[in-house]
Design a protein around this ligand. Structure first.
Ligand code: ATP
Ligand code: MG
Length: 351
């Protein structure tokens, strides 16, 4: 079996981790009896600085025919973040109908959490974030800055379809895991979108009597991510809240460099996109010390999505084994002094 994968290394450490991890993915695939045929796209900030756009006009259409997409990271200190986001990631997520962003949050054995008293195995939950609308959507023409630029208006859009899709997927996950779903909103302050969201959760929940639903306001959820992270199993949240909470989740599970994510297209046959949660990290770019494990674990989610779950499991297994081994190489963000390549080489040897 040969799968086609669009590879977008992007910027900064994104290009470093993708280049390092690619041979490991190939090794894993070969052992599991399949092949990956990559097509690389040099989209991102350099293209923007030279040509004025992050990707070509028909960029999203070029991606459509692939089985999956692997993205490093995009971002550049000289380009405003909203230009980066709107020039590449948001159009891909939206036009390829990647309605769900799934982010597992796991404190692995051998990794130090900044939370006192927490060790490997204590934190293990997954966040389902709505990925194409909510607070990141524009209602054509309503957003504006007015009154001589003294007032700015920004709306949010919650559709039944978008909300129900992510909520249903979260319930499915909870039913398969420990049967607990935490619904994060801010319904006390945002009485339209968020109350609607809560109603959808209640409705869909009728179909999952085996799942217990807990409702948390986002401020309380942020507190509980730190105070009692062991209490979470599956978390469902809007685009903005999910974004914020998953950075917090990445840090409590040891490092931004360990957190994978999947942008999932669950309806239709557009490809899903896999990427580390972290950004291009210009502060450590070019030093060869970026942690590649977030990208390795994103690759494992990509394999799962292709139906090659055994290969995904194998990757997670060697990552677990490496982290649990105190003498194995690790990058500085998790307390070591090894390079990106050392870590990947060690994983390839463990395979
Ligand atoms: P974005 O704007 O997309 O959020 P960013 O460039 O601000 O991206 P983040 O991903 O938010 O970067 O990461 C914040 C910091 O965490 C980085 O500046 C870097 O020091 C550290 N970091 C992130 N990813 C890694 C990694 N893979 N390995 C080591 N350190 C990392
Ligand atoms: Mg960031």
């Amino acid at each position: 079996m040969i799968y086609t994968v669009a590879l977008i290394p992007g910027d900064g450490i994104g290009t470093e981790v993708v280049a390092a991890v690619k041979p490991l993915l190939d090794d894993t695939a070969e052992r599991a009896g399949f092949e990956i045929d990559y097509t690389e796209f040099d989209w991102g900030s350099n293209r923007y600085l030279q040509e004025g756009s992050m990707m070509p006009d028909d960029g999203v259409d070029q991606l459509r025919k692939f089985d999956a997409i692997l993205l490093g990271a995009v971002g550049h200190p000289d380009i405003p973040d909203h230009v980066t986001l709107r020039g590449l990631m948001l159009p891909i997520r939206k036009e390829l109908n990647q309605q769900i962003c799934k982010r597992p949050t796991v404190l692995r054995e051998g990794v130090q959490s900044p939370l006192r008293g927490y060790e490997g195995g204590d934190i293990d939950f997954v966040v389902y974030r709505e990925n194409t609308e909510g607070e990141y959507a524009d209602v054509g023409g309503r957003e504006h800055r007015g009154f001589e630029h003294e007032v700015a208006v920004q709306s949010a859009v919650f559709t039944r379809k978008g909300t129900e899709t992510v909520v249903r997927e979260a319930f499915e996950a909870a039913a398969e895991r420990d049967g607990k779903l935490t619904n994060v909103t801010k319904s006390n302050a945002q009485a339209y979108g968020m109350v609607f969201w809560d109603e959808v959760v209640e409705e869909v929940g009728q179909e999952y009597p085996e799942v217990t639903v807990e409702r948390l306001l986002v401020d309380a959820a942020a507190m509980d991510f730190v105070r009692r992270p062991e209490a979470f199993d599956v978390v469902v949240a809007s685009n903005l809240f999910g974004d914020i909470l998953t950075d917090l989740g990445a840090i409590i599970s040891g490092s931004m460099g360990l957190a994978p994510s999947a942008n999932l297209c669950v309806e239709g046959d557009a490809p899903s996109m896999f990427e580390p949660v972290h950004g291009s990290a210009p502060d450590i770019q070019g030093q060869g010390i970026a942690n590649p494990l977030a990208t390795v674990l994103s690759g494992a989610m990509l394999f799962d999505d292709l139906g090659e779950v055994a290969a995904g499991d194998r990757l997670r297994e060697v990552v677990d084994e490496q982290l649990a081994d105190a003498s194995a190489p690790r990058t500085p963000d998790i307390g070591g002094d090894a390079s990106t390549d050392d870590v990947v080489m060690d994983l390839r040897a463990r395979l």
